[in-house]
Design a protein around this ligand. Structure first.
Ligand code: AMP
Ligand code: MG
Length: 415
């Protein structure tokens, strides 16, 4: 039984593989203006309607000519026409040059462009003070790609560069998957909202903000069910509503083994748990199950545990549900440790870490002074996680596995 406290925690790899295998891409897509598609996932490939470039054109501001009309070292040619970007010239008269600008179509008969920096206007012509090789400074029709080529595959998450390319091949609209609806709630009698006054024993509900921001950064539509009390009936009601409204249900807290942990037993009552507990720190009581057809992900209540398990497990799962084709874990970088570890951990430990550089540009990995999974300040200090295998001791300079937040944390802006 996945939910039994006696069951052995799964390895991180086994848990990842089980989640990814269970993720089903949602049905339903919409056609949107290309400019509204940032962060969305393509449901259909983008096929180029044109050759790129569409015609031979000049890569520089300069003069278009026939290389054979010049002697070695250059020469003088009359200028017979002027072609700016957006204009089409006429066939180039033999023995003449055309003034031409970047992106303008090459006139028929010309075979090269000389950059203006090596030219001097002289009379009604131009003196060229350089050797000119045929084909110089010309972008050939179709040299980047041909009409009919698939330029973006279905399942691509659209960043600015993808939108630029789609527009460049003439796509005014794109078919993207509809937004994934994710219902979230935070369980815990101790939770209060920022802005409320804290009663005795109360803490602020960080997880609501973490969930919402992580989901928004992934392009999901969060359905926020707020705070749910540590009470079986309230938890059953929240889970039932969530599963009806959403493609995925996520909750924080209440998945451990305490008497006040109602989320896990409530999921088992309404549906079933497929996975519970992963051999890692933080994040051990991570839970995955189904309520009817709707998948459920339960994160431990500690904010750092939620953050780490979201990035490692929920993110690839959500991406696959969204239709992303290459949803996978980032590859760790092996870098020298800037800290020593003498007391080995029992479980694989994902400590908050920072890639730092000394004056000579040498990289080292530092870790946060505390490994408390309640310490959110560790996450704002860090720019990644250092992965410490169970039983390992580490000396300064030993290679350690570092997972940068860029590539791990939705919306992270890099190191
Ligand atoms: P639980 O997983 O419910 O046992 O909670 C573990 C720890 O996380 C407890 O110290 C909780 O107070 C804390 N916690 C639970 N939910 C939240 C939340 N939404 N925001 C901040 N801390 C939380
Ligand atoms: Mg709790």
């Amino acid at each position: 039984m996945a939910g039994s406290p006696a069951a052995k925690p799964l390895s991180v790899e086994a848990a990842s593989a089980q989640l990814l295998a269970a993720a089903r891409t949602i049905e339903g897509s919409e056609r949107l203006p290309t400019s509204d598609c940032l962060g969305r996932v393509l449901a259909e490939p983008v096929i180029s309607g044109t050759d790129l470039p569409g015609w031979d054109n000049s890569a520089m501001d300069g003069y278009a000519l026939r290389a054979a009309d010049l002697q070695a070292g250059g020469g003088w040619l009359p200028v017979s026409q002027r072609i700016a970007a957006g204009q089409c010239g006429t066939p180039l008269a033999p023995g003449t040059a055309a003034r031409i600008f970047t992106g303008a179509p090459l006139p028929e008969g010309a075979d090269s462009v000389v950059v203006q920096e090596v030219c001097e206007p002289e009379g009604d012509g131009v003196r060229i003070n350089a050797e000119v090789a045929p084909g110089a400074n010309i972008r050939r029709r179709g040299e980047e790609l041909r009409a009919g080529t698939e330029v973006l595959a279905a399942g691509t998450r659209l960043g600015p560069q993808h939108l630029g390319l789609a527009a460049g091949v003439g796509a005014a609209q794109l078919r993207v998957y509809r937004r994934l609806r994710v219902a979230v709630f935070a369980s815990g009698d101790e939770l209060a909202m920022p802005g409320d006054s804290l009663g005795p024993g109360q803490i602020y509900n960080s997880n609501r903000f973490l969930f919402r921001a992580l989901l928004q950064a992934l392009g999901c539509e969060p359905i926020d069910l707020g705070i749910v009390k540590d009470d079986r009936e309230a938890t059953l009601a929240a889970l039932g509503t969530a599963a009806e409204q959403a493609d995925l249900v996520m909750a924080s807290g209440g998945v451990s083994v305490g008497d006040e942990d109602h989320v896990r037993p409530a999921v088992e009552q309404l549906g079933h748990l497929d996975l519970w507990r992963v051999a890692m720190k933080p994040g051990k009581p991570f839970a995955f199950g189904h309520i009817g057809e709707t998948p459920f992900i339960g994160s431990p209540g500690n904010p750092v545990s939620l953050f780490v398990t979201f990035c490692l497990f929920a993110r690839p799962f959500i991406e696959r549900m969204q239709g992303v084709q290459d949803a996978k874990l980032p590859t760790p970088l092996m870098l020298p440790s800037g800290f020593a570890l003498t007391k080995p951990a029992k479980r694989r430990d994902y400590q908050r870490a920072r890639l730092e550089f000394d004056g000579a540009g040498q990289a080292s990995i530092q870790r946060f002074h505390s490994s408390s999974s309640a310490a959110l300040s560790s996450l704002t200090w860090a720019n990644g996680l250092v992965v410490i295998p169970p039983g390992a001791t580490i000396a300064i300079g030993d290679p350690v596995a570092f997972l940068p937040f860029a590539g791990l944390v939705p919306g992270d802006r890099g190191l």
